[in-house]
Each structure stands twice: as C-alpha cells, then as structure tokens.
Write a protein that binds this ligand. Structure first.
Ligand code: FAD
Length: 413
C-alpha cells in the first residue's frame, strides 16, 4: 500500500519506519525543514516505563488549584477563554480518581514496556547513534517521608513487572557520584535499572535518514492544510504544495491533530501541556551527570546527552504558545546548578519550551475512527518518546490487519 504519514515528530517517523518494514510505500509530510524539531526536539530523553504514572492523579486537582495563587509550582494552570481548554480540563479532572489514575497508569506502563522492547529490536537491526545511556534512571528523594511515599506509589508499577531497587544515600552516590555535592541532602532513591536515556531528536533524524535511504519519500517544509473525505473514506490530503493521494493515511501531528481531525468531524481530546528544557554543554566541566535522574522533591529531570546535559521541568496548561522568558528557567537552572555544580557549563544553557500533546487519560490515540483508511497515532503526552516505538508497531499491525502483540483494547481507553 501507499501510505501517507502526516507529521514528522518521533511518533510519525517511528510509524513510517514500522510501516516501511512491513513493505509499504511510505510518504511522510512535515511542515518544518527537518524532522523531530517540535516537541520531539527538547524533551528529557528518558525512555522510562518506570516513570509512566498518569499525571491525572488524585493529587493533581489540588496542585492545579494552588498554581493559580503560587509561583514555582511544577504543575501550573493558566486559565483563558479557550473552550477547548475547559472541556479538556474537565475530562482531565474526571480521570483524577484513584481508580482511573491506576487504570491509566497500568495501561501506560504496559505500552511503555512493550515500546522499549520494540526500540531494542530497532537498535539491534540498525546502527543508530543518539547519545544513549542504558544504565537505568535514578529517582532520588530529600526526605524520608517522601521516599517512603515514593516507594509505596511505585508498587503499582512493580506489580506490573517494573524492576525497581530502593537505594540508601550511599548507594545513590555510588551509582551517581556527580551528586556528591548534595549528598548530605539526599536520603535515598528508587532506581529503575531497565530505564534509559537518549536524544530523541537525534534518534528521529537518524531513523528518518534510514527510511529515506530505503526508498521512503520525506516531504519536509510542506504543511498539511486540509484532509478531504468522501463518506467513510479519506480521498486526499491538501498541502501547501498541492494534493497528495494514498491508499491509507496516518495522522501523527501531535498538538495539531485535534484541529485537523475536527474538520473531519472527529473529536480528539488532545490539549498541549507546556514544558521547559535547558541544554547545557559539558565543555571542561569535571563531573557531568553519568545517568538520567529525577530530583523528586523539585521535579527536575537531568539526562546526560554525550557532550551536553539536558535539564527539564514544569507542566503548564496555558495554550499553544511555546514562547518563553529567561525567568521561566530560573528554578530548574538553580536546581541543576545546585545538584551538579561541576556538571556542565551552566552559564551557556540553551533555553527551549515545547508542548506535550496530552489526552485527559494520558493514553495515546491509536487506530481508526470514522474513516476506514485514516489511522491515528497521536496524543502521546509526557512520555511520547518512550511510547512511540510500540505505538508504531501496533499501528503497523492494525494497518496490516494483524493482531498486535498488545491488544489495542489493553492500552487505549
Ligand atoms: C519538557 C518535555 C520533556 C519531555 N520529556 C520526555 C521524556 O523524558 N520521555 C518521553 O518519553 N517523552 C518526553 N516528553 C514527551 C515527548 O517529547 C512527546 O510526547 C513526543 O515528542 C511527541 O511526539 P509527536 O511526534 O507526537 O509530536 P511532535 O514532535 O510535536 O511532532 C508532530 C509533528 O507534526 C508536525 N506538524 C504539525 N502540524 C503540521 C501540519 N499542518 N503539516 C505538516 N506537519 C505538521 C510538526 O511540525 C511536528 O514535527 C517530553 C516533552 C516535553 C515538552
């Protein structure tokens, strides 16, 4: 089949790769000059089934409420008159009960774990270099009460098969000696030895190059402006350069999926949740981080990316703008500097903000809706780099009419 993939983030490119592996002729349309340059550019790089908790949790409503009055909350709500914001927020709140939150977390974990297996298969098949570190991820704590709560919280993932180890302070510092400057402030941590990190943008670009070398057509610098349907069939996609036709279409437009689907009469509950990141050169810094970690008290994540360090923080529900000011980064920059004073050239940090394409359940949308030849692979939220590989394989199986290794009903809502 000739298949048109709309969107060249990590989700679209992994879908293109899996579809091409199945023998399809793949054409991908991306509005930017290069793939992987929107949300897939500046993320924390964590491939982390151990971090697949649903953000719509029983604690979230209070944190969001507090954020209306307090600065520096890790989860922030900035209300506006956007109707989509309010309908999405209501749906998000409905997912914040204990039972919904656990249900969504288990599904996310199932998909994230499968996705990591698919990633490993890709890495066995292809020689892709993307600053990968496969030594696990460390989630560390500054108070015993928070550590105890973290361990209790983690049991839901442990019951789903996630490997975890509880570490005392000495073992945390043995695992990540670069944290020694704040060693006396750390009480211990939770270590997920099978989690890993790597640069999502580099991976996406390399995988795209592989697809093109194998005959796929990647139409970068071309925008999708509309999708034409007749009855239950999509008959073409209008772009800034003309009309493209295919036997099947895959929508992987991240945050832009909702608007284009709406014009086809399909409602996708996706809303952007903004996050911020710093990319800092290591330069001649003496003690860069060697392993991905999350400072659980401050909710700041740090990943080593070869000769750079990536620092990320914040979930802000504030609309579609990626605008940012230096003051947005003050808190995370301070935490990074305090935790790793000799870890990078902190004064040379590059600032970035991106939008997580989030559903209220935090589960992605995979498969068909009302058109028989239009498939969706979108809404991957805060762990889309982690879940993209498995989503792509499942999508390719569904397109082929095969039974996916994970049944769709077991991972989507
Ligand atoms: C601060 C932050 C930290 C994160 N950390 C992690 C992490 O550690 N681990 C993890 O797993 N995930 C993480 N994520 C989430 C992850 O980055 C996203 O889930 C993932 O990148 C989404 O990929 P995507 O392909 O759906 O979206 P995108 O990367 O945004 O791709 C969508 C593409 O569609 C294109 N497009 C849109 N509209 C059009 C159009 N009309 N025509 C043509 N092209 C169009 C865009 O240009 C874009 O390239 C993080 C996100 C943020 C913001």
């Amino acid at each position: 089949m000739r298949i048109l993939v709309l969107g060249g983030g990590v989700v679209g490119v992994t879908a293109a790769y899996e579809l091409q592996k199945d023998g399809h002729e793949v054409v991908l349309v991306e509005r930017n000059a290069q793939v992987g340059t929107e949300t897939s550019w500046g993320n924390a790089g964590m491939v982390a089934p151990g971090h697949s908790f649903a953000w719509s949790s029983p604690h979230a409503p209070m944190i969001l409420l507090k954020s209306l009055f307090l600065r520096d909350q890790s989860l922030r709500f900035k209300p506006s008159i956007d109707l989509d914001l309010w309908t999405w927020s209501l749906k998000f709140l409905f997912q914040c009960t204990k039972s919904r939150s656990e249900y969504n977390t288990i599904r996310k974990h199932r998909l994230a774990s499968y996705s990591q297996q698919v990633l490993h298969k890709t890495l066995r098949d292809l020689d892709i270099s993307y600053d990968r570190v496969d030594r696990g991820i460390l989630y560390f704590y500054r108070t015993q009460a928070r550590l105890d709560a973290g361990i209790a919280h983690m049991q839901i993932l442990a019951r789903s098969g996630q490997e975890i180890e509880v570490l005392d302070r000495q073992r945390v510092l043995a695992l990540e000696p670069s944290l020694r400057h704040v060693g006396d402030k750390i009480v211990g941590g939770i270590y997920c030895p099978t989690d890993e990190t790597g640069d999502c943008n580099k991976f996406t670009a390399a995988l795209a190059a592989h697809c093109v070398a194998n005959g796929a057509e990647f139409r970068t610098g071309e925008s999708v402006v509309g999708i034409d349907a007749a009855g239950d069939e999509v008959v073409g996609v209008r772009t800034s350069r003309g009309t493209l036709k295919a036997d099947a279409y895959v929508m992987a437009l991240g945050n832009q999926s909702r608007g284009l689907a709406r014009r086809l009469g399909v409602s996708l509950p996706i809303y952007p949740v903004k996050g911020y990141s710093l990319t800092i050169p290591v330069g001649d810094a003496k003690s860069p981080p060697t392993i991905g970690s999350v400072d659980e008290e401050n909710l700041v994540a740090i990943s080593p990316f070869g000769d750079r360090v990536r620092v990320t923080a914040t979930a802000e529900i504030s609309g579609y703008s990626t605008a940012h000011r230096p003051s947005d980064f003050d808190f995370m920059a301070r935490v990074a500097r305090e935790n790793y004073p000799a870890g990078a050239q902190h004064d040379r940090a590059e600032m970035w903000a991106g939008l997580r394409p989030m559903t209220p359940t935090n589960l992605p949308i995979i498969g068909r809706k009302r058109h028989r030849n239009l498939y969706y692979d979108t809404g991957h939220g805060h762990i889309g780099w982690t879940m993209s590989h498995g989503s792509a394989r499942i999508l390719a199986d569904v397109v082929a009419g095969r039974k996916p290794s994970l049944a769709l009903e077991s991972i989507v809502d």
